[in-house]
Design a protein around this ligand. Structure first.
Ligand SMILES: [Zn+2]
Length: 168
């Protein structure tokens, strides 16, 4: 499952306002395997990375993601299609020391300039941040979720236990 990294020179990429497009299959991303619904089409995400020297007058990279991944609902353990659309700007700085101290109001993300910047590593990182920590269907949308629809309170962990028993 090793992939050939797509490496760019961030300085040149921004200077020439280059763009790179690609697709990553969710099944290729090791870090999200535990969240995926096994046995289904895990989905894929298209990305576009573009270099832009005009954003706030700072050298920047913009990463757009669009796609869908198939997650496993933490409540009913069922299949859950999770659409994904995001657009993130990264300001490219010369080295770590140029990154300002964390500011809560600051919504800028930073990347340290590199002549061998791994594009898909950034895509994977951003994808991870975009996914919910504990994916769940909407209230009442789980498979066989009659109790929740009728308003009966039931401990979700008990439901999980019930589902797991026949397997062991
Ligand atoms: Zn569910």
């Amino acid at each position: 499952m090793t992939r050939k990294p797509i490496l760019i020179n961030t300085h040149e990429f921004i200077k020439q306002s280059l763009e790179i497009h690609g697709k990553i299959r969710a099944s290729q991303i090791l870090a999200i395997q535990d969240s995926l619904y096994a046995g289904a089409d895990e989905g894929e995400v298209s990305y576009t990375l573009s270099g832009d020297k005009s954003h706030h007058g700072k050298p920047s990279l913009k990463l757009d993601l669009a796609g869908q991944v198939t997650l496993c609902c933490q409540r009913c353990l069922g299949e859950m299609h999770y659409p994904l659309v995001s657009s993130t700007w990264f300001e490219v700085v010369a080295d770590e020391s140029a990154i300002p101290e964390l500011d809560e109001d600051d919504e800028v993300d930073y990347i340290v300039a590199s002549t061998q910047f791994d594009v898909e590593a950034l895509v994977e990182e951003e994808l991870l941040l975009s996914l919910p920590l504990a994916p769940r269907h909407e209230e009442g949308a789980c498979a066989g979720d009659v109790s929740i629809m009728t308003g009966q309170k039931q401990n979700p962990f008990k439901i999980l236990e019930g589902l797991k028993k026949p397997v062991s």
